[in-house]
Write a protein that binds this ligand. Structure first.
Ligand SMILES: [Zn+2]
Length: 242
């Protein structure tokens, strides 16, 4: 069993954040350790620019150290050293929700204030840290819809297994819609055709070897054939016809 040790480090400076150099910044450091004392995950929480979110940040940091090993286990690939450290920075100026890059998740402070229950967002962003797909983003080796679909797949089917599923319109939606639609499609394809599909897609994306052909290699059907079958099942379930 893992125990979570919480340490507070005073005056730890975080690079890359505009700051008053004379003013010390304090980050909260949370770590999960294995039974032998090895740190298996750590989160540095920086709420210096949104101090009212200190408690929320602490919860989010705890969630990250709990889910880091789980997501790493769900998205393994050969020769890859899974990351185990993440910084959560709460940005008072960010207009959007959040973004993740190079071991750092930047979260919109205003977004959190209006969505205090959105822990799934943290898991989605943490999945991006684990994905660690190579740059530059190339349309054919790293399609954005799939990157976002896998992040929501981890969120919806592992972190929020009991949350209501999005209603998908089989006549308007596409596997390229990203986020929840792609996530639901991936989970369906795993259930119907290949339980290791997401693991395979993730490994190929991380190794820069992804192509749509992979769907056919894994399931025997092209991604378009899979989508057609998925959409037909949705129509049958929803009582609609094409
Ligand atoms: Zn995302």
């Amino acid at each position: 069993m893992k125990s979570i040790a919480i340490l507070i480090l005073a005056a730890t400076c975080c690079s890359g954040i505009a700051q008053d150099a004379t003013k010390a910044r304090t980050v909260l450091k949370l770590a999960a350790k294995s039974a032998s004392g090895e740190v298996v995950a750590e989160a540095l929480v920086d709420t210096n620019d949104a101090p009212d979110l200190a408690d929320w940040g602490k919860e989010a940091g705890g969630l990250c150290v709990e889910w880091f090993p789980k997501i790493n286990a769900l998205l393994p690939s050969e020769g890859f050293t899974p990351p185990k450290s993440v910084t959560l920075y709460f940005d008072p100026k960010l207009k959007g929700v959040a973004h993740a890059d190079k071991g750092r998740i930047t979260i919109g402070a205003d977004y959190v204030r209006g969505h205090t229950n959105d822990w799934g967002m943290v898991v989605h962003e943490l999945t991006h840290i684990v994905q660690a797909y190579p740059k530059p983003e190339e349309k054919f080796t790293k399609p954005g819809w799939l990157v976002e679909g896998i992040a929501d797949y981890i969120r919806l089917f592992h972190f929020e297994p009991n949350a209501p599923r999005p209603r998908i319109n089989p006549d308007k939606a596409s596997y390229r819609d990203a986020y929840k639609t792609t996530a639901v499609f991936l989970a369906w394809a795993e259930k119907q055709h290949d339980a290791k599909l997401v693991t395979k897609l993730n490994a190929a994306l991380r190794q820069g070897k992804f192509s749509l052909e992979l769907f056919k290699e894994a399931t025997g059907k092209t991604v378009d054939e899979l989508w057609a079958e998925f959409a037909d099942e949705l129509r049958a379930k929803q009582g609609t016809t094409k």
